[in-house]
Design a protein around this ligand. Structure first.
Ligand code: SAM
Ligand code: SF4
Length: 439
């Protein structure tokens, strides 16, 4: 279909959740653009409104339900608008959603995006529901509409086979599958041609990537040969899949940056085992030691869940202790949220919401202190910063990322632009950024 822009049906798309969802939205855009749809920036201007959703915690779902209420009012005024819910929440709540939100015209899970043009066409009287999970769907052959900029995200594997007891991802995103190396390389070349300097490889367990003989280490080495790409990052690796070959590739390929987001979840062996994470605290610490030996400049961040089923004060203290021992550069901390379908759902909650809030505040306060300490230790050192744009705060300042993925803020100077790499010296530090001069 080759519609004139003015005749083309207009779509508005809103995205919630993780980086993977943002990348999925770029795939959705490419699929609908090919089918002749045009994009609008405001829901009021659209013929179809799509929301790409997250189901990881209850709070994420509540936000989407609130937003759906607003959009339903718009649809009430203009009933011809089609309203569609996509992604993890569509997969997670399919049946309930059609009842809770009867005004939805379309419900489509993460493996159904190729069929979106057909589903949008079909959604006339009854809602079109497509939540089939497809073990083979990698969206191969579809070049996502990357939004441009210095950094581009490329999904290299989808789904997850780990089934951690708390997590809904394997149920809503299906089983693990990897995109063929040739498809990955084609996407990386394309984003490089559009001016991206940094590529971030995405997957729920990205280091479990495998197609035939090519594992994640081989993939990193292949991408390192793509011209124009200066920096390579990836997220999230699973500690149990962090093989020596991957550590070697990180250490020996200069384009692979010395930063790793390595989710630990808990510092208690008892809790890790109940979560079914597949490693002990000792094994995790051993991995951290091997990584730091191989990559001395490495920065580490993590994910932590507080208040999982059965977590007592001693378990939580062990988590704080682990945070101190590792000395993470930053951490994402979450209150445990009971998710239907997961194994831990049946076990219920044993920690009250107040207590979860107390533990969360304690973990955040500790991390702030550790981040500040680590950033202050960088004062006086020089780093190569990849310029991303004007700093959010500070007139006449630019912001960029160091190899360790820390935000460096430095004076804008003529001749320095977005996408350049400049040497900066750290003058002072907060827990969240480095104030620098040009070195
Ligand atoms: N695959 C990644 C891993 O295992 O490291 C994480 C993917 S998940 C989108 C991001 C984070 O959300 C997890 O690392 C975990 O800390 C958190 N999370 C997942 N399920 C949760 C739940 N039921 N309650 C609270 N946090 C949760
Ligand atoms: Fe969820 Fe665990 Fe898979 Fe991460 S590894 S997506 S936490 S099941």
């Amino acid at each position: 279909m080759n519609l004139d822009r003015t005749d083309a049906p207009r779509v508005y798309l809103e995205t919630y959740g993780c980086q993977m969802n943002i990348a999925d939205s770029e795939t959705i855009r490419a699929i609908l653009r090919r089918a002749g749809y045009a994009w609008v920036k405001r829901p009021e201007d659209a013929d179809a409104i799509l929301i790409n959703t997250c189901a990881i915690r209850e709070h994420a779902e509540e936000r989407v339900l609130g937003r759906l209420g607003d959009l339903a009012r718009l649809k009430h005024r203009r009933p011809e608008i089609k309203l569609g819910l996509l992604g993890c929440m569509a997969q997670h709540n399919r049946a309930a959603l059609v009842e809770q939100a009867p005004y939805l015209d379309l419900v489509a899970g993460p493996d159904s995006y190729r069929r979106l043009p057909e589903l949008l066409g079909r959604a006339a009287f009854d809602p079109a529901v497509d939540v089939r999970l497809d073990r083979g769907e990698t969206y191969s052959g579809i070049a996502p509409d990357h939004s441009g900029g210095v950094r581009a995200y490329v999904t290299v594997m989808r789904g997850c086979d780990k089934f951690c007891a708390f997590c809904v991802v394997p149920y809503v995103r299906g089983r693990e599958r990897s995109l063929a190396p040739a498809d990955v390389i084609a996407q990386v070349r394309e984003v490089a041609a559009r001016g991206a300097k940094e590529v971030v490889l995405l997957g729920q367990t990205v280091n479990a990537y495998r197609v035939g003989d090519a594992g994640f280490a081989e993939l990193l080495r292949m991408i390192a040969r793509v011209e124009g790409i200066e920096r390579i990052r990836f997220t999230s690796p699973h500690p149990a899949d962090m093989r020596d070959e991957v550590i070697d590739a990180m250490a020996s390929e200069p384009k692979v940056q010395p930063y790793l987001h390595l989710p630990v979840q808990s510092g208690s062996d008892r809790v890790l085992s109940a979560m079914d994470r597949g490693y002990t605290v000792g094994e995790y610490l051993d991995l951290v030691a091997r990584l730091r030996r191989a990559i001395p400049a490495l920065a580490l961040s993590t994910d932590i869940i507080v208040g999982f089923h059965g977590e007592d004060d001693r378990d939580f203290d062990a988590t704080l202790e682990l945070m101190r021992t590792v000395g993470y550069d930053s951490a994402f901390t979450f209150k445990y949220s009971l998710r239907e379908h997961t194994r831990a759902f049946k076990l219920g909650d044993t920690v009250s919401d107040d207590e979860k809030a107390r533990r969360l505040a304690a973990a955040i306060a500790l991390q702030e202190r550790i981040s500040l300490e680590r950033n202050r230790a960088a004062v006086g050192a020089t780093f190569a910063a990849l310029v991303e744009g004007p700093a959010r705060r500070g007139e006449g300042m630019l912001a960029g990322k160091t190899p360790q993925f820390k935000t460096a803020v430095f004076p804008a100077t003529s001749g320095i632009g977005v996408g350049d790499t400049v040497m900066v010296r750290v003058e002072s530090a907060t827990a969240h950024s480095l104030r620098c001069s040009l070195a």
